[in-house]
Design a protein around this ligand. Sequence first.
Ligand SMILES: Nc1ncnc2c1ncn2[C@@H]1O[C@H](COP(=O)(O)OP(=O)(O)OP(=O)(O)O)[C@@H](O)[C@H]1O
Ligand SMILES: Nc1ncnc2c1ncn2[C@@H]1O[C@H](COP(=O)(O)OP(=O)(O)OP(=O)(O)O)[C@@H](O)[C@H]1O
Ligand SMILES: [Mg+2]
Ligand SMILES: [Mg+2]
Lengths: 255, 255
Amino acid sequence: MRIIAIANQKGGVGKTTTSVNLASFLAFYGRKTLIVDLDAQANATSGLGLEADLTPNAYNLIMDDDIYVNNIPIETRVKNLWIIPATIDLVGVEVELSNVKDRHFKLREKLGRFKNMFDYCVLDCPPSLGIITVNALCAARWLIVPVQCEYYALEGLSRLLRTVELVRGRYNPGLEILGFLLTMFDSRTKLSNDVANELRRYFGKKCFETVIPRNVKLSEAPSFGLPILLYDAKSQGALSYKNLVLEVIERCERV
Amino acid sequence: MRIIAIANQKGGVGKTTTSVNLASFLAFYGRKTLIVDLDAQANATSGLGLEADLTPNAYNLIMDDDIYVNNIPIETRVKNLWIIPATIDLVGVEVELSNVKDRHFKLREKLGRFKNMFDYCVLDCPPSLGIITVNALCAARWLIVPVQCEYYALEGLSRLLRTVELVRGRYNPGLEILGFLLTMFDSRTKLSNDVANELRRYFGKKCFETVIPRNVKLSEAPSFGLPILLYDAKSQGALSYKNLVLEVIERCERV
Ligand SMILES: Nc1ncnc2c1ncn2[C@@H]1O[C@H](COP(=O)(O)OP(=O)(O)OP(=O)(O)O)[C@@H](O)[C@H]1O
Ligand SMILES: Nc1ncnc2c1ncn2[C@@H]1O[C@H](COP(=O)(O)OP(=O)(O)OP(=O)(O)O)[C@@H](O)[C@H]1O
Ligand SMILES: [Mg+2]
Ligand SMILES: [Mg+2]
């Protein structure tokens, strides 16, 4: 099972939109995929048409030692896609794990139990660099960093990269950045173009070729509980996420 | 000193943009104003042209008992506006305060020491409902809730309001919602109009008359370390935040 974390502590940069649409296109291309919603806001859960606070959920996954793997993932409306939904209880994990031994490896250990059930696992992270995001980085083989084409989003990258280095050095030497993904790109503004040029200058080939444009269909789809491929498969939003998945498959399955 | 918290756990909805521009227009209208950056991302700090991780900072404000008030706020480029900058250390507060008595009132107690120095105090919160945001809600007299004109932003409001009720019931009966502020409004999209109508249906007069349009000047200004009134005072972004401040002054000073 290939585990990909979608993380960036900056809020509103497109983590959930990327998680939901990446996972659903991986499923569309025949990969059995599990998405885990690690954010108490439960946006990936509702974006796929499910209620928040179902049980069992991502809190049970991290915190309960006696979980029985077979009954945790829930089917979604997308063929080949299952979800472990979020719950408000995730808010408490930071403090509840603070004195627990091996607290960084809780998620990694539990996801190991699913390794023969799925081809891919996508982890949607909350907007913070706390224990939940660190757990995701410890469990993941790859990291995708959505970068909104805005100044604040660019500014926050150095902190994220320091955390990645820290995790790689201490807990998960196999963690690699699969790529930086430009999101909400508006070709008409100088700011979008400046941010894109800056990102490519720093990270070169680590930037995905695919750029996700600002596309209102992408922000409409969650209100129907649908990923873009079921909401409007012909939209620019759908085409760009489809191209992204082809790049992701090429990068992950090339080795 | 009138304390206003700017909070919403949804990421990227315009909390920092509202904090920085509200505070600078309050200063522009002659109110001595203090802005406190409570987010480890330190966006309000850099949005006003300062470095992150200066000392003393918001972490010292919350955690150090022997702070000497006079030397904490730092002058900004805006006349009448001071800031208590953020630092990466804020990330640790959630765990460090977890077993401390009266942990909800740390910020309130400390801000009390500044009450004769400023007319207004604006608190920029991180994208979470953890102990720092709860501290801000316990310290504040008023709360402004920025709501991006998107589905996920609307969906998260019920959780925020439950937290506000909890804080009001247990810790701060004087806390009131000053208003809901629609941000990044794009009159061309059905989604923006749907969200605006929905918000007004639920909250009526609690919604500010002023709506902040999506305006690229607002997202360019932080890269120069300037609030909108110093970056482009004639832009739609500047005019809308100016109108907001007039509404805020009217609501706060009417009583
Ligand atoms: N390419 C896009 N075009 C238009 N709207 C988008 C695009 N990507 C995301 N959005 C919208 O922007 C908002 C923020 O995106 P999203 O919620 O995916 O970000 P996030 O990083 O997961 O936020 P959080 O930090 O709160 O978890 C959402 O309302 C979403 O629908
Ligand atoms: N009205 C607007 N028009 C255009 N861009 C805007 C507007 N308001 C905010 N922005 C931009 O949108 C992004 C998100 O705004 P901002 O950082 O203020 O939100 P936030 O809620 O503070 O985010 P976080 O949850 O990360 O703290 C920023 O890059 C900002 O420059
Ligand atoms: Mg999200
Ligand atoms: Mg902010």
